[in-house]
Design a protein around this ligand. Structure first.
Ligand code: NAD
Length: 441
């Protein structure tokens, strides 16, 4: 190869230049012809490859609608086996039981609600995109727990309209318990569009699927106490102002309340919005203070405690997960039927909003001292003034309405609830009294 290139570049005898030139032209023509044929063959090969790829794609989408094109997650769904799993999970075991689509089923509240519904004999199909906002292995572990109770979670995104339409085709859901969302107040500063994606666009996609479904399901969904924003009248009541959100998260939840109202008004969807107040407990969310304080205290690392203006301690109306689950199930039980069909409203439908809190706010330093007692470890505390990150100084729920209409009555105080959380935490992350024994941390 090297010799040939040298010969081409440097002719050996200058007198042979003319003959050489003729030969050279011939050679170039031949080479040109040869390379054109090669290019032609390559082009043919590429066309054949593209054609076979396209025909495979159309075969896949027409025969089983196997893949979702609009979802950004790595979801895969469709096919006979998948439909069988969805139907089996949706079937209820009690007479006139519900068939519930639980979105965010691999999440904290979603996994607890799915199990509770299944245990009382309702059919449950989960939907979750297993995003990495916090450690997805915790979501997978919750999925395994649900799977051991024969509850199937579809791996997909709320924004995948084809997937949602397929789910409503396969199962006539009586209810949707919509818990999927981008949660967390502070993360909105880092990734604002994730809130728009899940809490606005995803909500609209879900409501579109629900309003077109036949029968239309009743929708119960998670709003948030954060909608009270800068409201300083306590305790927070459903009749108070909610038009001054303090974070983008709160703004998207408030927008959700207005959006669901529109679907109720135009299409007759039965809507119940639940304003949860700082939910905590076993299988909780690692981005929440009680959870990451526990992790840091056990690791001997300092924790940062925010304090409000004038050195006032922050306080939260911490609500134990089992109380929230009871509130969700009572909302499903009392939800009126949607009145629309074929995308048209046939009469006015129910629209409700409830606070689900504990009505007993506790300051963050008190939360820390309860954790210290249960963990038997002293925390290294670093107290600083709260930065302007969207957090509010306190929350306190008035639950009169939920008590009257849902029979809601929280029963677990923070002392007992945190004891249960710590027990779960130590066992899940493999702790003995002296330290971690597994690689989970
Ligand atoms: N935990 C609380 O203290 C609290 C307080 C107020 C409101 N809420 C609301 O309650 C609901 C449940 O909260 P949680 O604490 O269980 O949160 P979580 O993050 O544990 O659960 C939400 C789940 O939704 C999934 N999800 C997010 N976006 C999705 C999308 N586009 N498509 C499909 N799945 C998606 C996530 O993967 C996650 O598993 C949320 O709507 C949250 O905003 C929670």
């Amino acid at each position: 190869m090297r010799t040939l290139m040298e010969e081409e570049l440097f002719p050996s005898t200058p007198g042979k230049v003319k003959i050489e030139r003729a030969h050279q032209m011939n050679r170039q023509l031949n080479r040109c012809f040869a390379s054109t044929s090669i290019m032609f063959l390559w082009a043919l090969f590429l066309i054949a490859l593209t054609a076979s790829y396209l025909s495979f794609q159309s075969f896949v989408s027409t025969s089983s609608r196997l893949f979702s094109s609009s979802s950004s997650s790595a979801s895969s769904w469709g096919g006979l086996q998948w439909e069988r799993q969805v139907r089996a999970s949706a079937s209820h075991r009690r007479s006139s039981g519900f068939t519930v689509l639980v979105t965010g089923a691999a999440g904290f509240v979603g996994s607890h609600c799915s199990l509770a519904l299944h245990k009382r004999g309702d059919g449950v199909v989960g939907l979750d995109n297993f995003n990495s906002y916090y450690d997805p292995s915790l979501k997978k572990a919750r999925q395994s727990l649900l799977s051991s109770h024969s509850i199937f979670i579809v791996n997909g995104d709320l924004n995948d309209a084809r997937l949602l339409s397929k789910l409503f085709d396969v199962v006539p859901f009586t209810h949707v318990l919509h818990l999927a969302a981008q949660a967390g107040v502070r993360y909105a500063i880092e990734n604002p569009s994730s809130y728009v994606h899940s809490n606005i666009a995803g909500l609209v996609t879900l409501l579109e699927a629900a309003r077109s479904a036949d029968p239309q399901p009743a929708v119960v969904w998670a709003s948030s106490s954060s909608v009270y924003g800068l409201n300083d009248k306590v305790p927070f009541s459903e009749s108070h102002r909610t038009d001054r959100p303090a974070s983008l998260y709160a703004a998207t939840k408030k927008a959700g309340e207005e959006i669901t109202h529109t679907y109720n008004h135009i299409y007759g969807l039965s809507i119940t919005g639940l304003r949860f107040f700082t939910v905590y407990g076993p299988w909780g969310r690692p981005d929440m203070a009680y959870f990451f304080f526990t992790k840091a205290i056990l690791a001997g690392k300092p924790i940062t405690i925010f304090r409000g203006r004038d050195r006032v301690d922050l306080a939260r109306d911490f609500t134990y997960i089992d109380d929230i689950v009871r509130g969700c199930l009572a909302s499903l039980d009392t939800a009126g039927k949607s009145t629309g069909s074929g995308g048209k409203k046939r009469g006015p439908a129910q629209y409700r909003i409830f606070n689900l809190g504990n009505t007993a706010p506790v300051t963050v330093p008190t939360l820390v001292s309860i954790l210290e007692r249960h963990l038997k470890v002293k925390a290294k505390k670093n107290v600083i003034e709260m930065p302007a990150n969207g957090d509010v100084p306190f929350t306190h729920a008035n639950i009169t309405l939920a008590m009257a209409e849902l029979g809601y009555k929280p029963t677990t105080n923070l002392e007992i609830g945190l004891k249960k959380f710590v027990k779960w935490y130590l066992s899940y992350y493999g702790f003995t009294q002296t330290g971690p024994t597994s690689t989970n941390l």
